[in-house]
Design a binder for this molecule. Sequence first.
Ligand SMILES: Cc1ncc(COP(=O)(O)O)c(C=O)c1O
Length: 389
Amino acid sequence: MEYRFSERMKNLRGNSIREIFKLVESPEVISFAGGMPASECLPLDAYRTYTDELLSGENALSLLQYGATEGYRPLREAVAKHVGGMGIKASAENVLIVSGAQQGIDLCYKLFLNEGDVLLVEDPTYLAALHIAKTYRARAIGVRSEADGIDIVDLEEKIRTHRPKLLYLVPNFSNPTGKTLSEEKRRAIAKMTAEYGVIVLEDDPYRALRYSGRHLPAIKHFDQSENVVYLTSFSKTISPAMRVGAMIASRTLIAKLTVGKQATDVHTATLSQAVAMRFLREGELERRVEASLPVYRFKRDAMLKAMRRYFPKEAEFAEPEGGLFIWCKVPMPARELFLQAISQGVAFVCGSDFFADGKGEQYIRLNFSNESVDRIEQGIRILGDLLKR
Ligand SMILES: Cc1ncc(COP(=O)(O)O)c(C=O)c1O
């Protein structure tokens, strides 16, 4: 059978991280490749207790029925309260529960992007944000990045030149760079995008994972024109397998996004939503985050220490204040380093996957959350030896 794939899918390959996952399945490989939360931080006991209680409670049967596309009402209320605590004004009507932030990105693109439309992204950015754009045959254009996030001058220039409908940003501890957008720029972006009529998709799955410095207000906090869509996820703070995230936006946008979601998956799994609601309502989410911060901080510091010790001085990297990644400029092509490293049992992700135009061949993304400190030291020493050759 010769399959007649759609134009949209014909030349699209799976993203390279998923491919790397297949390579690094073996437990011998020291993997700095994924973006997974630390296994020791996954809340198995609380998850089991909440699931048992929910399935033994008087509303158990309703958890096994079809539900509203907008999401499980008690979770929508809990999310509105949760983001309220971060300075984002919202009621349950401003919340759409999604099956992970990934679906939120997809729905937002689906709502705004026609074939050929321009989407602006910080260069580099989360690779799935680029990958999803391809499925809509939209054109992602990269905006320069500085130490404190996207370059505002370049952003305005590219808004004027390309008249994009959408700007996609990861404001806190960005994937892949670990950078955080300054408060000044958040304010400026809210103002500028409102003036030019650009929608901002503020994708913020890492906010809670801050190991130093103070929390900054979201871009959404400065949103006066209802042009900012805030996207959060419980993947990094409860469990990625739960597949629960939330979008916060104007009622008009939530209504439209709901139509898009209905066509995709009817609604997010109700039992997962109810479990997430319990984590929020009982304060367990906060307690879990508090307990996991020292674990992540310790691992981040172990990786930075090993990089300072074993990497050649030409390697450039900054200390991320949170999140799961260290972004590093290396003095050789990343692909070459990857091939040598994988043959010695160490994996990471090459930087070029995160750039809108595929450049960035001198960068690598290192994840520090999912290996023990001993293996972090061992893996970084191997990479350091290869880089020094
Ligand atoms: C910036 C960013 N957005 C979205 C996602 C997807 O998250 P979720 O598991 O909530 O779909 C990730 C996952 O790594 C991410 O890094």
